[in-house]
Design a protein around this ligand. Structure first.
Ligand code: BV8
Length: 233
């Protein structure tokens, strides 16, 4: 095929085999908290130290793991694809970039980014945010929050995503439970446009019935197989 416009959506399942926890697996609870309870602006206002601890731990862990064969296969597909290619990830780790993906956007933000509530600037961030972070731009202290889209907050670059969905020929969802909106609704926008839709996931997601085709199994096995077919077809 090698041409046509592709939009790919990834979720925590594509990073699972690299060693990062997913959200809704049995082990997905964080110290007994539901993600929805710690990943909200209200939680941050109520207990900033707890929320910082949650993200500091994930930022550290994400820096200790490597991209897997699924991340690398998507970078290969992009490098050899002649049509439009957009990779939208719900993940906040940097494994897609580290595998070589370029036309990529993090709709739910990034662990390695900070956002200053005093001056509004966003900037790269590597280590812990507590104790006593200070903004590299305005130097206010204790005002930097994780640059993460929490529940109840508007995901990033929605116009760009919707424009790509409206002209895509193929929409592929990889490693996501289809539990969280608006990402879980992208398949319907793509279908409405007449795109073909494929779900690659360990098991059927909550949105499985919206997809024309399914490949169920570990991403590190199924994604490289699918990419090889796409590049030889
Ligand atoms: C918003 C950052 C409005 C945090 C995250 C209807 C319409 C619109 C909104 C809503 C709605 N109903 C409810 C809402 C509100 C809410 C929502 O959807 N709630 C859910 C719980 C019902 N949505 C929001 O709040 C969104 N914002 O709507 O704003 C608005 C409008 C105008 C103005 C202002 C505001 C924002 C949602 C973003 C929240 N932030 N992440 C962080 O990372 O800490 S969400 C978080 O969960 C992840 O980022 C991810 O995006 C999401 C879903 O998780 P998954 O990635 O799918 O992971 P999960 O564990 O669930 O599934 C993993 C899958 O992988 C599984 O299926 C598993 O089988 C598979 N798997 C496992 N291992 C493997 C594998 N697959 C392959 N190989 C393997 N090895």
């Amino acid at each position: 095929m090698k041409s046509g416009n592709i939009v790919i959506l990834t979720g925590a399942g594509i990073s699972a085999e690299s060693g990062l926890q997913t959200f809704r697996a049995a082990d997905g609870l964080w110290e007994g908290h539901k993600v929805e309870d710690v990943a909200t602006p209200e939680a941050f206002a109520r207990d900033p130290a707890l929320v910082h601890q949650f993200y500091d731990a994930r930022r550290k862990r994400a820096g200790e793991v490597e991209p897997n064969e699924a991340h690398r296969a998507l970078a290969r597909l992009e490098a050899n694809w002649n049509g439009d290619f957009l990779l939208v990830t719900q993940n906040v780790d940097a494994l897609h970039e580290r595998a070589g993906s370029q036309n990529l956007l993090h709709m739910h933000g990034e662990l390695n980014s900070g956002w200053c509530l005093a001056c509004g600037e966003r900037f790269a961030w590597e280590g812990d945010m507590v104790p006593g972070n200070s903004c590299p731009n305005c130097h206010a202290s204790g005002m930097v929050r994780p640059d993460i889209v929490w529940f109840g907050e508007m995901p990033y670059e929605m116009e760009r995503i919707e424009a790509a969905l409206r002209k895509c020929d193929l929409f592929v969802s990889i490693g996501t439970s289809g539990a969280v909106y608006p990402a879980a609704g992208f398949v319907q926008t793509a279908k409405y446009r007449g795109a073909r839709t494929l779900e690659i996931n360990l098991d059927p997601s909550m949105g499985s019935l919206f997809f024309d085709a399914h490949r169920h199994g570990p991403a590190s096995v199924e994604v490289p197989k699918w990419v090889a077919e796409m590049l030889t077809a």
